[in-house]
Design a protein around this ligand. Sequence first.
Ligand code: M7G
Length: 291
Amino acid sequence: QSPLKSFKGFSLEKVLCENAKSKSLFVLGQFEGSDDKAVVLLEKMPFSSERATHYVCSDTSLKETLKNDIYGTYDAFIPVQENAVKATVIYPATEKHITKYTDQERFVVTETAELYKNITLPYLEEKEFSVQWVYNILEKKKESERIVFEDPDPETGFILLPDMKWDRKNINTLYLQAIVHKHGIKSLRDLNGTHLPLLRNILENGSAAIKEKFDVPRSKLNIFFHYLPSYNHLHVHFMHVNNETHGFSHLLTDVIQNIELKEDYYQWKTLTYAIREMDELYKRFKEADHL
Ligand code: M7G
């Protein structure tokens, strides 16, 4: 596949989500000559302090929108190359991708161990998101040039690399993923005492690699799991603490300590998280009278 050069011939079907705060717009559409759907995520990128002189310079033209006493506001047209919008294209997109990026009502579920076994697990086994992209990374078929650190041990090893969401320019929005080599660990729920060496290895060597490569110390990192994750192959999020995160994440240090206290902690723990009304899982919890 040759890289996409423009959106020529793209027909917009609808806007899935619009968010003024995160300055993003997600749309659904089709490329000319294809029956498949494409989801396009457009996000304005944060300013970078190292590039400040490129924003306030003679190449930036100003159109005054207000002037009152000492206060002036302008539409500032900064040089094109400084003004790129991050575009993520998911193509061909499945129904699940369309749902994932559609703005919708959220509900909080309280998932006991029993509800996990009876509702969540059967759903995951049937309806999992494909993790082909994860296998491509682990097998070095994709993104291998981006790898920041690898421990190849099949039990305790992992690959650390930039998250797709990070622009890889702004340190304040630093975001990496540690993806474990071991297959078959779906999420936090599956973790037990046997995984402690893996988890400690990710914490220690993942943080050390980020310190070495990006000069960001562990005291600046938010290291966590999502539950429920979108992708059911165990991975740990490493995010700069200046980034905003949403709720329902579980800190790696807490997870390690909980398992140290009780090795099957996550096989017993009731876990609370948000699901959205278009999620198949929402329907299943509702049908079972748990929402
Ligand atoms: P998650 O907690 O399973 O789901 O995290 P979420 O997307 O609901 O947060 C998966 C993480 O992997 C997210 O932060 C994604 O941005 C990231 N990610 C997803 N894909 C498909 C890719 C990819 O192809 N490459 C990379 N580098 N990161 C990805």
